[in-house]
Design a protein. Sequence first.
Length: 258
Amino acid sequence: MKYTLYALLLTLGLFLGMMLLLEVGRRVGIRRRAKDAEGASEGLGTLDGAVFALLGLLIAFTFSGAASRFDTRRHLIVEETNDIGTAYLRLDLLPAGPRSTLQESFRHYVDSRLEVYRKLPDMEAAKQELARSTKLQGQIWEQAVAACREANYQPATMLLLPALNAMIDITTTRTMATKMHPPAVIFVMLCGIALAASLLAGYGMAGAKLGSRVHKIVFAATLAISIYVIIDLEFPRLGFVRVDTFDQALVELRESMK
């Protein structure tokens, strides 16, 4: 909830800042034209074009990267579900006693994995649950190794242990994926160039006696909302753009373990 509030406040602040700079740029342009009507905009088109091109490039770059990482995180949820499901099915290779114990451990483990992401944005609670998941991984591995030795059945060892290894590895991959973001300076630069572009756009509107309020609002709102969507895509469990629906695959897997 705090993240959503901060993101909305940032978007609102950016919107208001761009609206202000549009007006400041227009007034500066009007004063300049009053002193030098012919030279007020001489040679500025190239400079304006460079700034707007850089802004467009940054928006395209950050949006593309955020969308790609968003898709990757959804794919990893499905991959983890498949890895856990495969390992769970291969428990059937074990004798009844160890199999029953491991199946119960798997149920606790899947519950824990779901709780890790349900507790976000409470980072401290999520970290504690992640530590619990890691502990359960160790228990499952120890139980599986002991069960394979007890069974003395080579296919169980060859099939079950690699599946468990994949199940454990994917948790690290998912955890690291949640931390993969562009450096903060990229977002600072994006906001800074958006504000600079607003100043230049306002200057370019100085030729009109009355600046178009509709154009100003649309310009500022479009850029501010675009930047908000990019940030939301980068943190898909905190804002309005979410990957929670893909958790349903893991929920359904847990239900099938009853």
